[in-house]
Design a protein around this ligand. Structure first.
Ligand SMILES: NC(=O)c1ccc[n+]([C@@H]2O[C@H](COP(=O)([O-])OP(=O)(O)OC[C@H]3O[C@@H](n4cnc5c(N)ncnc54)[C@H](OP(=O)(O)O)[C@@H]3O)[C@@H](O)[C@H]2O)c1
Length: 305
């Protein structure tokens, strides 16, 4: 009898129809697993849970698939036993994270922090002609779930979007073109995974290539941006930033980034919005059906993402 282990037993209906012989068990990955974990084929760890100790994974001798509920997979790389397929939660949080990237960019360009400060003082602030997306040049780093959605919304609002990804294809450029592309951008949205290739991709040279006043939006992972390099550019007032993710994360209370007026920070809230669990279990159900029928799995982690 195939066995799937889920984080809890509250969302079974969101999995959709499953063959009658599938046994569903629940484990919150806290403490020892239930006895049935030993014959689990398909495991969905709780959102954000780190990989369990190797001896716990070894007890799951039947395990074939680990389906994560996060798009980021860094802590799990190299942690699943040979023969076990690791799948990401790409698609669960992409829409809400893309929304936050757009919100952050617009917040900077439409000066929402300045108007909020004025509101607190009951003061009708002087307009300064905020920038609209119309005609704005935005480079979107990443053309996956988040990057495509961000690009689509920006284009709808008449921005000029340049997409960059790992594999070149029509209308998608690659990292080697950045030196030519960066000086032409009004904003950069970071939506690539954290891998050895993207660690500190946004470094001092990257930032220096951006024109004065450009906005950096990072909704991916803090480690993609060299925090000290960004701090230097933001402290001087040359660049602005919207950061949903930071390095270190959480950002320590005494960190200078907190106090810069041209930096907005949200506490890694791109995903996890209302309804995320329904989206998560829908993906898990689809993947489980594929596994049970031998159909190709989606979101198989390759090349570190
Ligand atoms: N803030 C949050 O709450 C939140 C929520 C969800 C995700 N995230 C983060 O956002 C990341 C992206 O999510 P996603 O769902 O959009 O992922 P995705 O669908 O896997 O897309 C990743 C994109 O990054 C590109 N890429 C990968 N390595 C690259 C490299 N070395 N150089 C250039 N481009 C590279 C990929 O290129 P190809 O198209 O060529 O493969 C792809 O276009 C996740 O890995 C996660 O860390 C954060």
């Amino acid at each position: 009898m195939p066995t799937a282990c889920l984080p809890d037993d509250r969302h079974g209906a969101d999995l959709g129809p499953l063959p009658g012989d599938v046994q569903l068990i629940a484990w919150d990955a806290d403490g020892a697993p239930p006895a049935e974990f030993a014959r689990t084929d398909f495991w969905v760890p709780p959102y954000g849970a780190p990989p369990p100790p190797a001896d716990v994974l070894r007890t799951a001798a039947s395990l074939r698939v680990v389906q994560l509920l996060s798009a980021g997979v860094e802590p799990w790389l190299g942690q699943v036993p040979p023969g076990v397929t690791l799948c990401s939660g790409r698609g669960i949080h992409g829409g809400s994270t893309a929304e936050l990237a757009i919100a952050g960019l617009l917040s900077a360009w439409r000066e929402l922090p300045r108007f909020q400060a004025a509101q607190r003082e009951h003061r009708w602030a002087a307009p300064s002609g905020g920038r609209s997306l119309d005609g704005a040049r935005v480079l979107v780093l990443g053309a996956g779930d988040i990057g495509r959605r961000v690009g689509a919304v920006l284009r709808l609002l008449d921005a000029e979007v340049t997409s960059v990804a790992r594999r070149p294809r029509q209308d998608v450029r690659t990292l080697d073109e950045l030196p030519d592309l960066l000086p032409q951008q009004d904003a950069v949205v970071v939506a690539v995974p954290l891998t050895p290739q993207t660690h500190h991709l946004v470094d001092a040279a990257f930032l220096a290539a951006l024109p004065d006043g450009a906005v950096l939006v990072n909704v991916a992972r803090g480690g993609i941006v060299d925090t000290d390099a960004l701090l230097a550019e933001a402290r001087s007032g040359r660049l602005r930033a919207f950061l949903d993710v930071t390095d270190p994360e959480p950002l320590p209370a005494e960190h200078e980034l907190w106090q810069l007026p041209n930096v907005q920070i949200t506490p890694h809230v791109g995903g996890g919005t209302l309804g995320w669990e329904r989206r998560a279990y829908r993906l898990a159900g689809e993947q489980l059906r594929r596994f049970l029928t031998g159909a190709p799995l989606q979101n198989v982690v390759e090349a570190g993402y």
